[in-house]
Every structure is written in structure tokens, then in C-alpha cells.
Design a protein around this ligand. Structure first.
Ligand SMILES: NC(=O)c1ccc[n+]([C@@H]2O[C@H](COP(=O)([O-])OP(=O)(O)OC[C@H]3O[C@@H](n4cnc5c(N)ncnc54)[C@H](O)[C@@H]3O)[C@@H](O)[C@H]2O)c1
Length: 417
């Protein structure tokens, strides 16, 4: 395989394109957003994007015509009723069905986007078949769910093992050999695209459920005046059968708060109520409001009315050391505080244009740590207190309560006060 077409040049697609160029593929990136195409072409988002082995275009039809392999990394969000929106997958499948050469010689089409089980069979197969292609002969179809973790320097894309499922045995062989060349990691073949899709949702639902569990524990221990972090650390000394997750201000991003619904929805359409998955979503979605309420409560106890207070939110991104704000708990915390007419300032070192102040040291009534960016872990709490801050709400439990108190701050964490 020489020539690769990649649909979608967002967080995932740009990294796949960069790696494919590194591994000597000729790459054409396709995106419906002309600004995304432009920045990829300029080499701003795709490393080596300005090399003559890379093209970027909005015209998917001509890009797939002579592609040997096609990788699909388009978004699969939820709509306002928590139903998965597969319109981008449908759009790409239409473009591939009409754009492929009449004699495609076994083009490999891989979906990397996170999808509900059944998507390949229900959406992609019928479109290609209607265009006259035989799956497993003219075209091979596989699903290799993406596992990239932007901002994680320990696990780079090339090193993360992957799960591969396909429609046919030959399709699976083709997919495995493609990823063997693209990655340095093991590929775990499974019997179908449905198993591959389910495995991805299990991975993210597992995180969602475990985070919900420690959030629930933290809220309960808070009532009992037991320090949740200390109790979790103690439980974590068991050398088997326990994995420590951390309570926090909320779960954000494009995966964990979204993917469980892919299974919830499929289960519901088959008459099954996914109680456990729904409960985890409910608990985690409640956390931003909890943080805001603890902030207001602590302000009032200290003699400041919330409508007269200014609160500095540290971090707008949904996770540390990235600038991605999708579904960030920041928004829920902010909205809840604004319902009390509290004034808000924002500082995020990864988002200078979206920050209202240019340093974490401000004269405000309370500081709320929303995102545990590395820069925040080393904050000088004495300097914070000297700036005029009375209250520190630690939404990620990264500070020592004792140190915060000895710096002169009233400290409240998640399940520790
Ligand atoms: N970002 C991650 O860390 C991550 C990790 C694992 C899995 N995923 C999954 O990968 C998929 C992509 O995620 P992302 O974060 O890269 O999304 P993104 O929103 O950052 O990027 C998607 C890109 O696709 C483009 N696009 C939309 N419709 C298109 C179409 N019809 N044709 C061509 N381009 C189109 C958009 O303009 C955008 O640039 C999603 O299913 C997501 O759940 C993401």
C-alpha cells in the first residue's frame, strides 16, 4: 500500500496523517472545513504537512479515486437528545461509494471513529454495495477504533496496541498488515467490526463508571468528614483487585461522557435498560454543580455573598496540558456560579486567548482549580493567599489541605475539607 486517504483532519486525523507520512505513505487528507485543510497543508497541524508526499483537500471524491487505503476519523457526536449523530460517517460513505475507481483492486477502508456496534453493517456496507462494489473483493472494510490520548507523552499513537475487526477474513488480514506497518504496537484481531466497536465503548464506559464510583465515594465521605483522597490511597495499597481512580470536578472531552450513550441507545432499542451506565453518567454530570455549590457554600460561611464575589476558574480545558475544551466541566461550574450572579475570571495557560487574566495570582474571593495542568500543580499557595485570595476549591485534589491552610487559605477538595 502506498497511497492513503484520511477523512477528517481533527485531533485524530492529523496525528494519523503525521504518522503515516513518517512511515513513508503518500497521504491525502480530506476535511469539509477549508480552514482545517489550510492549516494541515501549511504543516501547522500535520507534521511534515508541507512535504510533497502530503496533500489536503475538501474534495473527497477525487482523493479516494486512486487511494490504496482509506482511514475515516470523522466526528461521531451526540445530538441534543443524546442520540449518536452518524451523519459524518454517512457523508464519508457516500463520498467513498461514488468516488472509488470503478475497478478499485481491493481498497482497504478503515473506520477509526468511535461508532455504535452495527454502524459498519447498517451504514457503510449498503452504500458500497449499492454502488456495485463487492465487500471482501473490490473493497475491504474494517473497524480499528482509535485509542489516541492527546497530551499523553507516555503513550504515543504508534505505541498504543489496537483492536481490529473486519467484514471478511481477507479484510482483517489487510487491516492487520496495514497497522503493522503504521504502528510499532500489537494488533489484536477480533471476529467482527461489532466486537471492535463494543471493545472501544467498554474501555470508555469502564473509565466513566469507575470515576463515578470514586465521585460517589468522595461525596459520601465528605458527609462523614473522612478525607476521600487519604482513604483511596489507603485502599490502593492492596496489591491486587483494586485500581485507583480519582474523584474530580467532572468528566469532559469527546469520549468518556459520550461513548456510553452509544451502548445505552443500542440497548434501549433492544428493550434493555442500561441502569449502570446511566447512573455513572448522572453522577459524573452532577460534579460541576457540586463544585460550584461547595464554592458558594464556602463563600457564604466566610461572610461573602456569592453575588458580591469574584471567583477565578483555573483551567478551561477538559484535561491536563491540552487546550481542548469540549464538554469541559468548566462550563457547568461557570453556569452554576453565574446563576448566583458571581463574577467569573478565567485563566488557562493553554488558552491565552480565552483567559480573562494573564496569571493565576489574582485578587479574588475564591480560586477554583478546574483542570490539573502541570503549571497549576506547582502553584505558590502563599503567593495566592498574599494576592488576597481566601478560599481554594481544589476540584482535582492536587494540593495538600495542610499546606493550603498553613498558607492562609480555606481549603475544600472533592471529598475533603
Ligand atoms: N480526540 C481523541 O482523543 C479521540 C480518541 C479516540 C477516539 N476518537 C474518536 O475519533 C473520531 C474523531 O475525533 P476527533 O477528536 O478527531 O474529532 P474532531 O472534531 O477533532 O475532528 C473531526 C474532523 O472531521 C471533519 N469532518 C466532519 N465531517 C466530515 C466529512 N464528512 N468529511 C471529512 N471531514 C469531516 C471536521 O471538520 C473535523 O476537522 C470521533 O469518533 C472520536 O470519538 C477521538
Amino acid at each position: 500500500m502506498r497511497r492513503l486517504a484520511i477523512f477528517g483532519l481533527g485531533y485524530v486525523g492529523r496525528e494519523v496523517a503525521s504518522l503515516a507520512l513518517e512511515r513513508e505513505f503518500d497521504v491525502v487528507g480530506i476535511d469539509t472545513d477549508p480552514a482545517v485543510v489550510e492549516s494541515a497543508r501549511e504543516g501547522e497541524t500535520v507534521r511534515d504537512g508541507s512535504s510533497d508526499r502530503f496533500e489536503a483537500t475538501t474534495d473527497g471524491g477525487s482523493a479516494v479515486e486512486d487511494a490504496d487505503g482509506i482511514v475515516v476519523t470523522v466526528p461521531t457526536p451526540l445530538d441534543s437528545s443524546y442520540s449518536v449523530d452518524l451523519s459524518a460517517i454517512e457523508g464519508v460513505a457516500d463520498v467513498i461509494a461514488t468516488g472509488l475507481s470503478p475497478d478499485p483492486r481491493g481498497t482497504l477502508v478503515v473506520l477509526e471513529s468511535t461508532i455504535p456496534p452495527g454502524t459498519v453493517a447498517d451504514i457503510v456496507v449498503p452504500r458500497l454495495q449499492a454502488a456495485g462494489y463487492e465487500i471482501g473483493d473490490d473493497v475491504f472494510l474494517a473497524h480499528v477504533p482509535e485509542r489516541i490520548d492527546p497530551g499523553n507523552d507516555e503513550w504515543l499513537l504508534a505505541e498504543i496496541p489496537r483492536v481490529a475487526g473486519a467484514r471478511t477474513d481477507r479484510g482483517l488480514e489487510r487491516a492487520v498488515s496495514f497497522y503493522d506497518r503504521l504502528l510499532d504496537a500489537d494488533i489484536h484481531p477480533v471476529s467482527s467490526t461489532e466486537v471492535a466497536a463494543a471493545s472501544k465503548i467498554i474501555e470508555n464506559a469502564y473509565r466513566d463508571i469507575n470515576i463515578a464510583f470514586v465521585n460517589e465515594v468522595a461525596l459520601t465521605l465528605d458527609e462523614l468528614q473522612i478525607d476521600a483522597s487519604e482513604a483511596l490511597d489507603a485502599a490502593d495499597t492492596k496489591p491486587f483487585g483494586f485500581t485507583r481512580f480519582s474523584p474530580g470536578a467532572g468528566v469532559g472531552g469527546h469520549c468518556i461522557p459520550i461513548d456510553p450513550y452509544f451502548l445505552i441507545e443500542r440497548a434501549a432499542s433492544n428493550g434493555h435498560n442500561s441502569r449502570f451506565l446511566k447512573a455513572a453518567r448522572e453522577v459524573n454530570d452532577r460534579m460541576p454543580a457540586y463544585i460550584a455549590e461547595r464554592t458558594v457554600d464556602t463563600l457564604v460561611r466566610g461572610g461573602t455573598l456569592p453575588q458580591e464575589a469574584t471567583v477565578l476558574l483555573l483551567g478551561k480545558a477538559f484535561k491536563p496540558n491540552v487546550s481542548d475544551t469540549r464538554n469541559s466541566p468548566y462550563f457547568g461550574i461557570r453556569t452554576k456560579l453565574e446563576s448566583y450572579h458571581t463574577s467569573i475570571e478565567t485563566y488557562d495557560p493553554t488558552l491565552p486567548d480565552e483567559s480573562t487574566v494573564d496569571s493565576p495570582y489574582q485578587e479574588v474571593d475564591a480560586v477554583v482549580l478546574v483542570t490539573d495542568h502541570d503549571e497549576f500543580r506547582t502553584l505558590d499557595l502563599r503567593r495566592m493567599s498574599d494576592s488576597g485570595v481566601d478560599i481554594l476549591i481544589d476540584g482535582r485534589n492536587v494540593f495538600s489541605p495542610e499546606k493550603a491552610r498553613s498558607a492562609g487559605l480555606t481549603y475544600v477538595g472533592v471529598g475533603r475539607s
